[in-house]
Design a protein around this ligand. Structure first.
Ligand SMILES: [Zn+2]
Length: 321
């Protein structure tokens, strides 16, 4: 019987079929939780659930720049070829195809002079579905006025990339900045771990992130790429179980036993779905998490429940400003 629902027109009648499938399985004696697990396992996702997915890690560029920027970045992205050329239009198409409702868009200023124009563009693209993060350049004597400008524009989060922005996460010269961000309740999405374009440089290593957590316990940090790209032994040892979020981008690269340890040791309320689109496919990252052997409740937390709670705190109400 289940096959009918698998083959059915999930997109059009997904919500109804999904509920019917649950009723049917429950009527046959399973609990609602077990029915949901079974359905997730069989690959049925209903439209209602899909439409709630929130992606905390995407990239996009202004139209005039997108193709050029993505082509240039792709020269250093090794095996990771972009799934689209980085415009907002293409990001929205990817979201529609994957069933993503909202995406946070991370921008990285590689020079302080870029901050104002990125902020302006971020204001222009902001919508119900596109939630841009402001950019910020740490080694900049004018950083205080940048924080003011970010606040004034209504942004509550910034992206920092210690490798592209050439700083060490735990440099004590940055502590005044972290202190101010903590006070202003501005969250940081850090690129965390190694980066394919920078070899073994450890500017954003787990032990450095752990130091910041200790110094700034109220600072909200999202460590991207499951805590630190390609340094997942140290994520398990030094970050799992601590008070910070992990975005899930590149989760498919973690060796399964280690991945499962991180998933069970870290608080399940501190995972946020992230794809790193266009460098990975939103759809493929969703399918990968869908296929994990964790409960459907856990998956719902990753896909949208934790994200909704997060956004409620930082973007209340849950719509554009
Ligand atoms: Zn990224």
């Amino acid at each position: 019987m289940l096959q009918f629902f698998v083959a059915g027109n999930i997109d059009t009648y997904g919500a109804i079929l999904y509920r019917r499938a649950i009723w049917r399985i429950c009527a046959a004696g399973a609990t609602a939780g077990a029915a949901k697990d079974l359905i997730m396992k069989e690959g049925i996702r209903n439209k209602t659930m899909n439409s709630k997915i929130i992606d905390f890690h995407t990239h996009a560029f202004p139209d005039f720049l997108a193709e050029k920027a993505v082509t240039k970045l792709a020269e250093h992205s090794g095996e990771y070829k972009p799934f689209h050329m980085g415009s907002i239009k293409e990001l929205l198409a990817s979201m529609d195809g994957a069933g993503v409702d909202k995406s946070l868009v991370a921008n990285i200023a590689t020079k302080p002079e870029q901050i104002a124009s990125i902020l302006k563009w971020s204001g222009e693209i902001r919508s119900d579905r596109i939630l841009p993060l402001a950019s910020f350049y740490p080694n900049n004597p004018n950083w205080q006025s940048d924080v003011e400008a970010i606040k004034k524009s209504g942004f509550r989060g910034i992206k920092l990339h210690p490798l592209y922005q050439n700083f060490f996460i735990d440099d004590e010269n940055l502590f005044d900045i972290y202190d101010r961000l903590q006070t202003e309740e501005i969250f940081i999405l850090f690129h965390a771990g190694y980066d394919i374009a920078f070899g073994k440089q450890d500017n954003a290593a787990p032990f450095r992130i752990a130091k910041i957590l200790k110094e700034f316990p109220r600072l909200t940090i999202i460590a991207s790429h499951m805590g630190s790209w390609k340094d997942w032994d140290n994520v398990l040892a030094l970050l799992s179980g601590k008070n910070l979020y992990f975005d899930t981008s590149f989760i498919h690269e973690i060796e399964p036993a280690l991945r499962d340890k991180i998933l069970s040791k870290h608080n399940d309320e501190f995972f946020l779905f992230g794809s790193d689109s266009p460098w990975l496919s939103q759809k493929q990252q969703i399918d990968f998490i869908d296929g994990l052997n964790i409960s459907s409740d856990y998956k719902e937390k990753i896909f949208y429940k934790n994200g909704e709670n997060f956004l409620r705190k930082y973007y209340d109400p849950l719509s554009s400003r």
